[in-house]
Design a protein around this ligand. Structure first.
Ligand SMILES: [Fe+2]
Length: 148
């Protein structure tokens, strides 16, 4: 089961807000939704903004601003097998709340790492995608592909 949470913040005074937030109502909805999957059904929770620093100075200030609230909900549900995010424009993997945190690559541009050459947002790098396979024991295998 995929559970998709909106972590966007509406524009303020006509200005786009790049950071993310899971509103209280969204967290309540997530908590309620996670209590309902069939037994042994693996659950992937997806949102746009990474809840942790990814060590890219351009992106870290605009990550999810209330990660502890998300972690508190996720820790109550052992059926959750991974958290999927985007926003970072770089393929990556780490952990969050004891779960794999899998970051999809950018489809329109790639944000370069500190020390990499070129513009901070590189439109010449190929778009990518992540393919997630959940097996019978709830293990997540992720394959990244880049389209040239
Ligand atoms: Fe974004």
């Amino acid at each position: 089961m995929f559970v998709l949470c909106d972590s966007s913040i509406p524009a303020r005074n006509g200005e786009r807000v790049d950071a993310g937030l899971l509103e209280h109502a969204t967290l309540q909805w997530l908590d309620s939704t996670l209590s309902s999957p069939a037994p042994d059904e693996p659950v992937l929770v997806a949102l746009h903004h990474p809840p942790v620093d990814i060590h890219i100075p351009l992106m870290d200030p605009i990550r999810l601003t209330n990660p502890d609230a998300l972690a508190a909900v996720l820790r109550g549900y052992p059926g959750v097998v991974a958290v999927l995010v985007g926003h970072a424009h770089t393929a990556g993997a780490t952990t969050f709340a004891g779960l794999p945190l899998l970051i999809a690559p950018g489809v329109a541009s790639t944000v370069v790492l500190p020390g990499e050459s070129g513009p901070r947002v590189n439109h010449a790098m190929p778009p990518g995608l992540a393919l997630h396979i959940v097996d019978d024991v709830g293990r997540v295998m992720t394959h990244s592909r880049f389209v040239t």
